[in-house]
Write a protein that binds this ligand. Structure first.
Ligand SMILES: Cc1cc2nc3c(=O)[nH]c(=O)nc-3n(C[C@H](O)[C@H](O)[C@H](O)COP(=O)(O)OP(=O)(O)OC[C@H]3O[C@@H](n4cnc5c(N)ncnc54)[C@H](O)[C@@H]3O)c2cc1C
Length: 329
Protein backbone atom coordinates (compact mmCIF):
# COMPACT_ATOMS: atom_id res chain seq x y z
CA UNK A 1 0.00 0.00 0.00
CA UNK A 2 1.21 3.49 -0.79
CA UNK A 3 1.59 5.30 2.53
CA UNK A 4 1.01 9.03 2.87
CA UNK A 5 1.23 11.71 5.55
CA UNK A 6 -2.34 10.81 6.48
CA UNK A 7 -2.27 7.00 6.65
CA UNK A 8 1.35 6.37 7.72
CA UNK A 9 0.42 6.90 11.40
CA UNK A 10 -1.80 3.77 11.19
CA UNK A 11 1.30 1.65 10.56
CA UNK A 12 3.31 2.83 13.54
CA UNK A 13 2.05 0.00 15.80
CA UNK A 14 3.12 -2.70 13.40
CA UNK A 15 6.55 -4.38 13.61
CA UNK A 16 7.64 -5.05 10.03
CA UNK A 17 9.90 -7.99 9.26
CA UNK A 18 12.12 -5.57 7.34
CA UNK A 19 12.30 -1.87 6.61
CA UNK A 20 14.16 -1.08 3.42
CA UNK A 21 15.73 2.37 3.23
CA UNK A 22 15.96 3.39 -0.40
CA UNK A 23 13.72 2.56 -3.33
CA UNK A 24 16.28 2.26 -6.11
CA UNK A 25 17.08 -0.95 -7.97
CA UNK A 26 18.53 -2.59 -4.84
CA UNK A 27 15.74 -1.65 -2.42
CA UNK A 28 12.90 -2.48 -4.82
CA UNK A 29 14.41 -5.84 -5.68
CA UNK A 30 14.75 -6.63 -1.95
CA UNK A 31 11.14 -5.54 -1.39
CA UNK A 32 9.81 -7.75 -4.20
CA UNK A 33 11.65 -10.80 -2.82
CA UNK A 34 10.62 -10.09 0.79
CA UNK A 35 6.94 -9.88 -0.20
CA UNK A 36 7.21 -13.07 -2.21
CA UNK A 37 8.61 -14.81 0.89
CA UNK A 38 5.40 -13.71 2.66
CA UNK A 39 7.33 -11.33 4.92
CA UNK A 40 6.08 -7.84 5.76
CA UNK A 41 8.11 -4.93 4.43
CA UNK A 42 8.12 -1.17 4.16
CA UNK A 43 10.28 0.68 1.62
CA UNK A 44 11.02 4.27 2.54
CA UNK A 45 12.43 6.31 -0.33
CA UNK A 46 13.15 10.02 -0.57
CA UNK A 47 13.28 9.90 -4.38
CA UNK A 48 15.93 11.28 -6.79
CA UNK A 49 17.73 7.94 -6.95
CA UNK A 50 21.03 7.73 -8.81
CA UNK A 51 19.15 5.51 -11.24
CA UNK A 52 16.85 8.44 -12.16
CA UNK A 53 19.91 10.24 -13.43
CA UNK A 54 20.69 7.24 -15.64
CA UNK A 55 19.17 8.31 -18.97
CA UNK A 56 19.81 4.92 -20.56
CA UNK A 57 20.46 1.59 -18.91
CA UNK A 58 22.86 0.09 -21.42
CA UNK A 59 23.78 -3.28 -20.05
CA UNK A 60 20.83 -4.99 -18.36
CA UNK A 61 19.87 -8.40 -19.69
CA UNK A 62 16.42 -8.45 -21.27
CA UNK A 63 15.83 -4.69 -21.37
CA UNK A 64 16.34 -2.54 -24.48
CA UNK A 65 19.67 -0.66 -24.06
CA UNK A 66 17.90 2.71 -24.14
CA UNK A 67 15.69 1.94 -21.12
CA UNK A 68 15.70 4.99 -18.82
CA UNK A 69 16.35 4.45 -15.10
CA UNK A 70 12.98 6.14 -14.42
CA UNK A 71 11.13 3.36 -16.26
CA UNK A 72 12.92 0.66 -14.28
CA UNK A 73 11.98 2.34 -10.98
CA UNK A 74 8.36 2.99 -11.98
CA UNK A 75 7.86 -0.66 -12.95
CA UNK A 76 9.70 -1.84 -9.85
CA UNK A 77 7.46 0.23 -7.55
CA UNK A 78 4.29 -0.98 -9.27
CA UNK A 79 5.48 -4.60 -9.03
CA UNK A 80 6.29 -4.22 -5.32
CA UNK A 81 2.91 -2.62 -4.56
CA UNK A 82 1.00 -5.39 -6.35
CA UNK A 83 2.67 -7.84 -3.93
CA UNK A 84 1.20 -5.97 -0.96
CA UNK A 85 4.35 -4.13 0.20
CA UNK A 86 4.16 -0.73 1.92
CA UNK A 87 5.90 2.21 0.25
CA UNK A 88 6.43 5.66 1.68
CA UNK A 89 8.02 8.65 -0.01
CA UNK A 90 9.94 10.17 2.91
CA UNK A 91 13.36 10.79 4.42
CA UNK A 92 14.85 8.47 7.05
CA UNK A 93 16.60 10.58 9.66
CA UNK A 94 17.70 8.00 12.17
CA UNK A 95 17.72 4.29 12.90
CA UNK A 96 18.14 3.16 16.52
CA UNK A 97 18.87 -0.38 17.63
CA UNK A 98 16.40 -1.29 20.40
CA UNK A 99 17.59 -4.88 20.80
CA UNK A 100 14.84 -7.07 19.28
CA UNK A 101 13.72 -4.32 16.91
CA UNK A 102 14.94 -1.16 15.22
CA UNK A 103 13.20 2.19 15.56
CA UNK A 104 13.18 4.14 12.30
CA UNK A 105 12.52 7.87 12.58
CA UNK A 106 11.15 9.37 9.38
CA UNK A 107 10.43 12.89 8.15
CA UNK A 108 7.39 12.90 5.87
CA UNK A 109 6.80 15.88 3.55
CA UNK A 110 9.18 18.67 2.64
CA UNK A 111 6.77 21.35 3.79
CA UNK A 112 4.54 21.05 6.88
CA UNK A 113 6.58 17.94 7.64
CA UNK A 114 5.47 15.40 10.17
CA UNK A 115 7.69 12.90 11.99
CA UNK A 116 6.68 9.25 12.14
CA UNK A 117 8.38 6.27 13.79
CA UNK A 118 8.25 2.72 12.45
CA UNK A 119 9.66 -0.53 13.82
CA UNK A 120 11.23 -3.55 12.14
CA UNK A 121 13.18 -6.68 13.00
CA UNK A 122 15.64 -6.14 10.12
CA UNK A 123 17.03 -3.06 8.38
CA UNK A 124 18.07 -3.06 4.75
CA UNK A 125 20.22 -0.02 3.92
CA UNK A 126 19.80 0.45 0.17
CA UNK A 127 20.12 4.23 0.12
CA UNK A 128 22.94 4.46 -2.42
CA UNK A 129 25.40 7.23 -3.12
CA UNK A 130 25.41 10.39 -5.20
CA UNK A 131 28.29 11.57 -7.36
CA UNK A 132 30.07 14.86 -6.67
CA UNK A 133 29.96 17.13 -9.72
CA UNK A 134 32.21 20.03 -10.75
CA UNK A 135 31.14 23.06 -8.70
CA UNK A 136 30.65 25.69 -11.38
CA UNK A 137 29.09 29.10 -10.86
CA UNK A 138 25.95 28.00 -12.71
CA UNK A 139 25.20 24.40 -11.69
CA UNK A 140 22.43 24.18 -14.30
CA UNK A 141 25.24 24.19 -16.87
CA UNK A 142 26.52 20.90 -15.33
CA UNK A 143 23.04 19.35 -14.96
CA UNK A 144 22.38 20.04 -18.67
CA UNK A 145 25.00 17.44 -19.65
CA UNK A 146 25.62 15.16 -16.64
CA UNK A 147 24.15 11.71 -17.28
CA UNK A 148 24.04 12.37 -21.05
CA UNK A 149 27.51 12.48 -22.67
CA UNK A 150 29.08 13.87 -19.49
CA UNK A 151 29.35 10.49 -17.80
CA UNK A 152 30.04 9.56 -14.17
CA UNK A 153 30.51 5.81 -14.49
CA UNK A 154 33.31 4.26 -16.51
CA UNK A 155 31.94 0.71 -16.11
CA UNK A 156 28.55 1.85 -17.45
CA UNK A 157 29.67 4.16 -20.23
CA UNK A 158 33.24 3.29 -21.28
CA UNK A 159 31.71 1.66 -24.36
CA UNK A 160 29.91 4.93 -25.24
CA UNK A 161 33.25 6.78 -25.17
CA UNK A 162 35.03 4.50 -27.67
CA UNK A 163 37.60 6.44 -29.73
CA UNK A 164 36.09 9.78 -28.66
CA UNK A 165 37.91 12.87 -27.44
CA UNK A 166 37.13 12.61 -23.74
CA UNK A 167 37.75 15.05 -20.90
CA UNK A 168 38.31 13.50 -17.47
CA UNK A 169 37.24 15.93 -14.71
CA UNK A 170 39.08 14.80 -11.59
CA UNK A 171 39.11 16.13 -8.05
CA UNK A 172 42.32 14.50 -6.81
CA UNK A 173 45.43 12.71 -7.95
CA UNK A 174 43.88 9.30 -7.16
CA UNK A 175 40.59 10.22 -8.91
CA UNK A 176 42.62 11.13 -12.03
CA UNK A 177 43.88 7.52 -12.27
CA UNK A 178 40.56 6.62 -13.95
CA UNK A 179 42.10 8.10 -17.12
CA UNK A 180 44.30 5.01 -17.45
CA UNK A 181 41.32 2.63 -17.32
CA UNK A 182 39.44 4.86 -19.76
CA UNK A 183 42.46 4.44 -22.06
CA UNK A 184 41.14 0.92 -22.80
CA UNK A 185 38.26 2.58 -24.70
CA UNK A 186 39.87 5.66 -26.20
CA UNK A 187 43.40 7.05 -26.62
CA UNK A 188 42.17 10.68 -26.87
CA UNK A 189 42.14 11.80 -23.26
CA UNK A 190 42.57 15.17 -21.55
CA UNK A 191 42.65 15.31 -17.75
CA UNK A 192 41.23 18.49 -16.20
CA UNK A 193 42.30 19.16 -12.62
CA UNK A 194 39.99 22.21 -12.45
CA UNK A 195 42.68 23.77 -10.24
CA UNK A 196 41.61 21.49 -7.37
CA UNK A 197 44.92 19.70 -6.69
CA UNK A 198 48.62 19.84 -7.44
CA UNK A 199 49.78 17.26 -9.94
CA UNK A 200 52.78 15.19 -8.87
CA UNK A 201 55.81 14.64 -11.07
CA UNK A 202 54.88 10.91 -11.31
CA UNK A 203 51.38 11.62 -12.62
CA UNK A 204 52.65 14.16 -15.16
CA UNK A 205 55.16 11.58 -16.40
CA UNK A 206 52.56 8.82 -16.63
CA UNK A 207 50.06 11.03 -18.51
CA UNK A 208 52.82 12.03 -20.86
CA UNK A 209 53.88 8.41 -21.47
CA UNK A 210 50.28 7.54 -22.43
CA UNK A 211 49.96 10.54 -24.76
CA UNK A 212 47.25 12.19 -22.61
CA UNK A 213 46.91 15.95 -22.14
CA UNK A 214 46.70 17.79 -18.84
CA UNK A 215 44.77 21.03 -18.26
CA UNK A 216 45.16 22.72 -14.88
CA UNK A 217 43.27 25.95 -15.59
CA UNK A 218 39.83 25.83 -13.92
CA UNK A 219 36.78 25.14 -16.09
CA UNK A 220 34.40 28.07 -16.47
CA UNK A 221 31.58 26.27 -18.26
CA UNK A 222 30.62 23.29 -20.37
CA UNK A 223 29.69 24.04 -23.99
CA UNK A 224 27.13 22.25 -26.13
CA UNK A 225 23.44 21.95 -26.86
CA UNK A 226 20.54 19.49 -26.54
CA UNK A 227 22.29 17.80 -23.58
CA UNK A 228 25.33 16.99 -25.76
CA UNK A 229 28.52 18.50 -24.32
CA UNK A 230 30.95 19.57 -27.06
CA UNK A 231 33.76 21.03 -24.99
CA UNK A 232 34.70 23.36 -22.16
CA UNK A 233 35.52 27.01 -21.83
CA UNK A 234 38.31 27.61 -19.31
CA UNK A 235 38.64 30.52 -16.89
CA UNK A 236 41.26 32.12 -19.19
CA UNK A 237 38.73 32.17 -22.07
CA UNK A 238 40.32 29.34 -24.07
CA UNK A 239 38.16 26.50 -25.39
CA UNK A 240 38.92 22.75 -25.46
CA UNK A 241 36.77 20.73 -27.86
CA UNK A 242 35.55 17.35 -26.58
CA UNK A 243 33.10 14.65 -27.63
CA UNK A 244 32.38 13.26 -24.16
CA UNK A 245 33.33 13.71 -20.54
CA UNK A 246 33.91 11.53 -17.49
CA UNK A 247 33.52 13.02 -14.02
CA UNK A 248 35.70 11.41 -11.35
CA UNK A 249 35.17 13.40 -8.18
CA UNK A 250 34.07 10.84 -5.59
CA UNK A 251 30.63 10.45 -4.05
CA UNK A 252 28.47 11.26 -1.06
CA UNK A 253 27.32 8.13 0.81
CA UNK A 254 23.73 8.09 2.08
CA UNK A 255 24.29 6.47 5.45
CA UNK A 256 23.92 9.32 7.98
CA UNK A 257 20.87 7.65 9.55
CA UNK A 258 23.02 4.68 10.64
CA UNK A 259 25.37 6.78 12.77
CA UNK A 260 24.24 5.38 16.13
CA UNK A 261 24.92 1.79 15.03
CA UNK A 262 28.48 0.49 15.10
CA UNK A 263 29.09 -0.87 11.58
CA UNK A 264 32.18 -1.68 9.55
CA UNK A 265 32.91 0.65 6.63
CA UNK A 266 35.53 0.67 3.87
CA UNK A 267 35.83 4.30 2.78
CA UNK A 268 32.17 5.31 2.77
CA UNK A 269 30.90 1.87 1.76
CA UNK A 270 29.42 -0.65 4.17
CA UNK A 271 31.28 -3.93 4.43
CA UNK A 272 29.00 -6.97 4.05
CA UNK A 273 29.22 -10.72 3.60
CA UNK A 274 28.10 -12.29 0.32
CA UNK A 275 24.42 -12.19 1.35
CA UNK A 276 24.59 -8.44 2.15
CA UNK A 277 24.79 -8.80 5.94
CA UNK A 278 26.84 -6.06 7.60
CA UNK A 279 28.83 -6.41 10.83
CA UNK A 280 25.44 -6.13 12.63
CA UNK A 281 23.52 -9.43 12.18
CA UNK A 282 20.18 -7.69 11.47
CA UNK A 283 21.42 -4.84 9.27
CA UNK A 284 21.91 -5.58 5.58
CA UNK A 285 23.30 -3.27 2.93
CA UNK A 286 22.87 -3.40 -0.82
CA UNK A 287 23.69 -1.75 -4.11
CA UNK A 288 25.98 1.27 -4.37
CA UNK A 289 26.14 1.81 -0.60
CA UNK A 290 27.95 -1.46 0.06
CA UNK A 291 31.43 -2.46 -1.04
CA UNK A 292 31.16 -3.85 -4.57
CA UNK A 293 30.38 -2.94 -8.16
CA UNK A 294 28.05 -0.01 -8.74
CA UNK A 295 25.78 -1.54 -11.35
CA UNK A 296 22.02 -2.06 -11.59
CA UNK A 297 22.37 -5.79 -12.21
CA UNK A 298 24.45 -6.12 -9.01
CA UNK A 299 21.99 -3.97 -7.01
CA UNK A 300 19.07 -6.16 -8.14
CA UNK A 301 20.98 -9.36 -7.28
CA UNK A 302 21.89 -7.90 -3.85
CA UNK A 303 18.18 -7.39 -3.18
CA UNK A 304 17.48 -11.05 -3.92
CA UNK A 305 20.34 -12.26 -1.70
CA UNK A 306 19.54 -10.12 1.35
CA UNK A 307 15.81 -10.89 1.28
CA UNK A 308 16.56 -14.60 0.98
CA UNK A 309 18.94 -14.50 3.95
CA UNK A 310 16.39 -12.59 6.06
CA UNK A 311 13.72 -15.16 5.15
CA UNK A 312 16.10 -17.98 6.16
CA UNK A 313 16.86 -16.28 9.49
CA UNK A 314 13.20 -15.68 10.31
CA UNK A 315 12.11 -19.14 9.12
CA UNK A 316 14.72 -20.84 11.30
CA UNK A 317 13.79 -18.76 14.34
CA UNK A 318 10.10 -19.48 13.86
CA UNK A 319 10.55 -23.27 13.66
CA UNK A 320 7.33 -25.32 13.91
CA UNK A 321 5.36 -22.56 15.61
CA UNK A 322 4.17 -20.90 12.40
CA UNK A 323 2.87 -24.20 11.04
CA UNK A 324 1.04 -25.07 14.25
CA UNK A 325 -0.51 -21.57 14.40
CA UNK A 326 -1.74 -21.93 10.83
CA UNK A 327 -3.16 -25.42 11.43
CA UNK A 328 -4.95 -24.15 14.53
CA UNK A 329 -6.43 -21.15 12.71
C1 LIG B 1 24.47 8.81 -15.03
C2 LIG B 1 24.50 7.39 -14.59
C3 LIG B 1 24.46 6.37 -15.54
C4 LIG B 1 24.49 5.05 -15.12
N1 LIG B 1 24.41 4.09 -16.08
C5 LIG B 1 24.36 2.79 -15.70
C6 LIG B 1 24.23 1.75 -16.69
O1 LIG B 1 24.14 1.99 -17.89
N2 LIG B 1 24.19 0.47 -16.22
C7 LIG B 1 24.27 0.15 -14.88
O2 LIG B 1 24.22 -1.02 -14.52
N3 LIG B 1 24.42 1.13 -13.96
C8 LIG B 1 24.45 2.42 -14.32
N4 LIG B 1 24.60 3.40 -13.37
C9 LIG B 1 24.76 3.00 -11.96
C10 LIG B 1 23.42 2.71 -11.33
O3 LIG B 1 22.57 3.83 -11.48
C11 LIG B 1 23.57 2.36 -9.85
O4 LIG B 1 24.53 1.34 -9.69
C12 LIG B 1 22.24 1.92 -9.25
O5 LIG B 1 21.28 2.92 -9.44
C13 LIG B 1 22.39 1.63 -7.76
O6 LIG B 1 21.12 1.35 -7.21
P1 LIG B 1 20.85 1.55 -5.66
O7 LIG B 1 19.48 1.01 -5.45
O8 LIG B 1 21.98 1.04 -4.86
O9 LIG B 1 20.87 3.14 -5.43
P2 LIG B 1 19.89 4.27 -5.97
O10 LIG B 1 19.33 3.92 -7.28
O11 LIG B 1 20.65 5.55 -5.86
O12 LIG B 1 18.69 4.28 -4.91
C14 LIG B 1 18.88 4.70 -3.58
C15 LIG B 1 17.62 5.41 -3.11
O13 LIG B 1 17.71 5.67 -1.70
C16 LIG B 1 17.20 6.97 -1.44
N5 LIG B 1 17.71 7.48 -0.16
C17 LIG B 1 18.95 7.91 0.15
N6 LIG B 1 19.00 8.32 1.44
C18 LIG B 1 17.75 8.15 1.95
C19 LIG B 1 17.17 8.41 3.21
N7 LIG B 1 17.89 8.90 4.23
N8 LIG B 1 15.86 8.14 3.37
C20 LIG B 1 15.10 7.63 2.36
N9 LIG B 1 15.62 7.37 1.13
C21 LIG B 1 16.92 7.62 0.94
C22 LIG B 1 17.73 7.76 -2.63
O14 LIG B 1 17.07 8.98 -2.77
C23 LIG B 1 17.43 6.78 -3.76
O15 LIG B 1 16.12 6.94 -4.23
C24 LIG B 1 24.59 4.73 -13.75
C25 LIG B 1 24.64 5.76 -12.80
C26 LIG B 1 24.60 7.08 -13.21
C27 LIG B 1 24.64 8.16 -12.16
Amino acid sequence: MKLTKQNSIEKTNQVYDAIVIGGGAAGLSAGIYLQRYLLSSLIIDKGKARSVWMQELHNYLGLPPDTPGKTLLKQGKEHYLTLGGDLLNAYVEEVTDEGETFLVRVKVGRTNSIYVEFRAKYIIAASGIIDHLPALEKMQNVFDYAGYNLHVCLLCDGYEMQDKKVGVFASSESAAQVAFSLGWFTPYITVFTQGLFNVSYELRQKLNEHGYFLVETPVKQFLGENHQMSGVELEDGSVVNLEAGLISMGSRYHSDYLQSIDLEYLGGNLVTDKMGRTSHPRVFSLGDLKVGMNQVVVAAADGALSATQIWRDIRRQTGAKRNLDRLAA
